[in-house]
Design a protein around this ligand. Structure first.
Ligand SMILES: *Cc1c(COP(=O)(O)O)cnc(C)c1O
Length: 240
């Protein structure tokens, strides 16, 4: 007998429990910081997860999904074309992938060079009248091997990217040093929030997204003012 197609599998109670626990944690962290839990958007990072896994989250009300690898993502985006997802590209943007990214994604959170922004803007023009939403990735802990602009270069890059009408600049994204102790991570998030607030006056009303906080640290990020957490493991289970 043939196994049923993976696409119609439904989330197991296990997944529902994980989601409920996750939503409770978000609410508790927001309340600790006197924030409205609704202010925190959740991006489900679905890299290495199947279309069935993504449908499981869709059925629980999640709509925004993040992917890190173009070759892996495109078949999934295609399978889910009519599912009403908003797709965020959160991986390193390679020059030779800008066309595909600009064509298929709604957001790019990982711009750290004007050259990449320019290529994305030019490609977007070919495919859509709707601007591509973008965030600038900041290398908040000055890690030598990590993507992202230095804090002192963010304002200039925002200004340069504002030239491109095909890009709607939404805010900033950061991944703190994963090996730093919790208190250092908290200070990194706090610095990010300060940079985000400082740039508010220089930018348009669309400047509304501070993307920081992953499975290991999202409650700290919420306490420190994130507006979007990017969650893989805590929502979708471990990646194999
Ligand atoms: C994989 C990834 C995430 C999610 O990581 P988890 O620790 O599984 O929550 C978030 N942001 C980016 C940029 C990622 O690559």
């Amino acid at each position: 007998m043939l196994a049923p197609p993976a696409e119609i599998s439904v989330p197991t109670p296990n997944i529902e429990q994980r989601i409920n626990r996750f939503r409770d944690e978000i609410r508790a962290a927001a309340l600790r910081a006197n924030r409205d839990p609704e202010e925190v958007r959740v991006l489900a990072v679905s890299k290495q997860k199947s279309v069935a896994d993504i449908r499981g989250l869709l059925s629980q009300g999640f709509r925004e999904f993040g992917e890190s690898y173009v070759v892996e993502a495109l078949p999934k985006l295609k399978s889910l074309a009519s599912a009403g997802c908003t797709w965020h590209y959160v991986g390193v943007v390679q020059s030779n992938k800008t066309k595909k990214i600009a064509q298929h994604f709604d957001w790019v959170q990982s711009i750290d060079r004007v050259h990449i922004g320019k290529r994305l803007a030019e490609a977007r023009k070919e495919f859509s009248n709707v601007p591509l939403n973008v965030c600038i990735q900041v290398n908040i802990d000055d890690e030598p091997t990590k993507a992202g602009v230095a804090v002192h270069e963010v304002a200039e890059l925002v200004q340069q990217l504002q030239e491109f009408s095909q890009l709607q600049i939404r805010g900033l994204m950061a991944i703190p040093n994963p090996n730093a102790p919790q208190n250092a991570t908290r200070l990194s998030f706090r610095r990010m929030r300060a940079v985000f607030d400082r740039l508010q006056s220089q930018t348009s009303p669309a400047w509304d997204t501070l993307s920081m906080g992953m499975s290991a640290d999202y409650t700290i990020a919420i306490e420190e003012g994130t507006t979007m957490v990017r969650i893989g493991t805590a929502l979708m289970g471990p990646r194999t």
